[in-house]
Design a protein around this ligand. Structure first.
Ligand code: ARG
Length: 263
């Protein structure tokens, strides 16, 4: 059974601007955000996965985006070192949760920034790592040494796709979604060479965070309205489900950002 870490959006809001999506003049609606988050949680539980919860913390509006808390590898949690100072206070809270739940809590060497599973995604045995905007490539090399795995660094070139999980989503070994313009030529070639079934997402749907999908077995959860992607997924035997998550897109996140795989 998969376990997924989430954090209720009690203190979620657009209180600062640290990515191209966020604007304090476009506030989120608390009630709608809670409703959208609960729908996502229920659908995750319906796949048979178990949801674990972080305790929300006042003054940490982005703590809901648990994907960034850490990268979990077995019983090891490699904690984030956030680039934006606004998110740095999240880490001690998340680290306490991992410690209390029996994980070995680790960090990559200083001074490198690393934003957890937002920028580090396994596809098969290989770790695909997004760098430049939020995480540092050198830190990801250190991460590869710590985990003793192959790391393929991918430079992110578009400020709207600032974490790897906004433009890349593994579905299983050798299978993934990606948004080609978010990468440079070299990154695109690496992905094409290393992933047999690489599904390109179109511009419109990429901007609806189509790549920020939660893949649990055959179920794939995305923001509503990603029709082309859903068709491509159905052809491959997946069951895509769209749910409105626009309250979180205001902060630059969607389904995947709101979750962290614990296995
Ligand atoms: N406002 C948050 C930030 O800019 C959104 C994080 C989205 N998380 C993700 N894994 N893409 O840090």
């Amino acid at each position: 059974m998969s376990r997924v870490l989430m954090c209720p959006p009690d203190y979620y809001g657009i209180e600062y601007e640290i990515n191209a999506w966020m604007s304090r003049s476009r506030q989120s609606d608390r009630a709608r955000a809670i409703e959208q988050w609960q729908t996502l949680r229920q659908l995750i539980e319906k796949t048979g996965a178990q949801v674990e919860l972080l305790e929300p913390v006042p003054g940490l509006p982005d703590y809901v985006f648990t994907a960034n808390a850490a990268l979990v590898y077995g019983r090891r949690a490699i904690m984030a070192r956030f680039r934006p100072q606004q998110r740095q206070p999240e880490t001690p809270h998340a680290a306490a949760w991992f410690r209390d739940h029996g994980y070995s809590v680790e960090t990559i060497p200083e001074p490198y920034c690393f934003e957890g599973a937002g920028d580090a995604l396994f596809c098969g045995e290989t770790l695909f790592a997004g760098y430049r905007i939020r995480s540092d490539a050198r830190g990801q090399q250190e991460l590869g040494r710590m985990l003793d795995c192959e790391v393929l660094p991918l430079e992110l070139v578009d400020p709207y796709f600032y974490h790897l999980d906004t433009c890349f989503c593994p579905l299983g070994p050798g299978q993934a979604l990606y948004y080609p313009p978010a990468f440079d030529d070299y990154g695109r070639r690496v992905l094409q060479a290393r992933i047999d079934d690489l599904i390109a997402v179109c511009d419109d749907e990429a901007r609806q965070f189509a790549c920020n999908a939660v893949a649990l077995g055959h179920t794939v959860l995305t923001h509503a309205g990603c029709t082309h992607l859903h068709e491509a997924l159905r052809q491959r035997g997946f069951t895509p489900i769209g749910i409105p998550l626009d309250e979180f897109i205001k902060a630059g996140g969607s389904a995947k950002c709101l979750t962290l795989m614990l296995d």
